[in-house]
Ligand binder design. Sequence first.
Ligand SMILES: CC(=O)N[C@H]1[C@@H](OP(=O)(O)OP(=O)(O)OC[C@H]2O[C@@H](n3ccc(=O)[nH]c3=O)[C@H](O)[C@@H]2O)O[C@H](CO)[C@@H](O)[C@@H]1O
Ligand SMILES: C=C(OP(=O)(O)O)C(=O)O
Length: 425
Amino acid sequence: MDVFRIEGPVRLSGRVAVNGSKNAALPIMAAAILAEGRSSLAGVPRLSDVRVFGDLLQTLGCRVERDADGRLEIDATVIDNPVGDYEIVRKMRASVCILGPLLARYGRAEVSMPGGCAIGDRPINLHVRGLQELGATIHLKNGYVIAEAPDGLRGASIFLGGSFGSTVLGTANIMMAATLAKGRTVIESAACEPEISDLANCLNEMGARISGIGSPRLAIEGVPRLHPVRYEVIPDRIEAGTFMVAAAITRGELKLVNCRLDDMMAVVDKLRSVGVAVEPDESGCTVAGAEHIRPTDVTTQPYPGFPTDLQAQLMALLALAEGNSVVIEKIFPDRFMHVAELNRMAADLRKEGPAVIVAGVKNLVAAPVMASDLRASAALVLAGMAAEGTTIINRVYHIDRGYERIEERLNPLGAKIYREDTPAP
Ligand SMILES: CC(=O)N[C@H]1[C@@H](OP(=O)(O)OP(=O)(O)OC[C@H]2O[C@@H](n3ccc(=O)[nH]c3=O)[C@H](O)[C@@H]2O)O[C@H](CO)[C@@H](O)[C@@H]1O
Ligand SMILES: C=C(OP(=O)(O)O)C(=O)O
């Protein structure tokens, strides 16, 4: 099993290109199911989540391969096994978004319930209810969601709100299903995340008729069929945010290219408020750390608020601020697995329900730590680059889910991150 050995502290400088977005690419890969034929996607990052999703599509009957230019080609001419197998689906939450497209194209889908994971409870009740409102019958058998619509789906008005805001993948699932439904669907309280807008734009390129893109009210006029697409996914705003914090926590300076600051207003605003300089330019921005980081309060929220997927990384930075900060997690109130690990590195963090009080310390100190989930692992890499000494991060397969060979991208900028193989215990 791979571990990271990180030597710190370092100061990063240089230019780094942000990859295509994982959380846009995965639902867009699912959208390829909706059209008979071969779709071609650019900007799909080479991540373990993408490989797993490709394996899932292949089990359905699709052919998935990279072409010579690195585009991901998905041939969905044949879908002959509309089953999302437990062994694959359990690895990744996004697998659940094959449910809507399979149901719409094939009239039936059996998809294993995605398990809970280290970031807390992750129900799919809103996905199920939305699909039922489109006319599907749904029941649970042996841990599988069995969804059927032999006579097709029909448009409906669907409300997707909850106390936490909306559901991102739930919006994706229902929007995809509705593209082939008879009549008009309106999704109220739809997720407004840029990844949902990217999916909607891709679906429209496939012949769908979706309006209200980027707003909480999506209207979808059903069409009889969609066609395959050539499409390029948007840059990953979470990877970009992670690189921004990397510049800040190492008091370095990074130029980010392929970065859409317009998708990151809350992040940029928060970083500026603690003293980090973010200067936009034609292809992205330059981010420069400060010798002194100011404390702040931050609450994670649905887009356009501060994203939960950057909460752990920001907390690593605030651990070094001059004073006390408060981090409140409103989307996944238990998403704090990084707290104990950062404390092992001499941070001073105290969890109080869905909040963490961060008492800034002068220095972090290297330690052996455990990666528990994707963004918690990213926070540990960031902390490791700032800490004095040798940090060992176990279970780095979590970080490979969402960051492509992160050590090979940070080391040319001055990081000292070494991937080492340790025998399983
Ligand atoms: C692959 C992908 O894109 N994952 C992202 C997606 O996850 P995902 O789409 O799974 O997250 P959701 O937006 O669905 O979850 C938001 C909140 O809604 C609740 N909920 C969700 C569905 C449901 O049927 N019932 C329900 O109660 C969840 O428990 C959570 O409290 O959005 C999250 C919130 O921005 C991000 O952290 C994840 O990185
Ligand atoms: C939580 C994440 O992904 P997933 O929803 O696939 O677990 C993430 O990208 O931060």
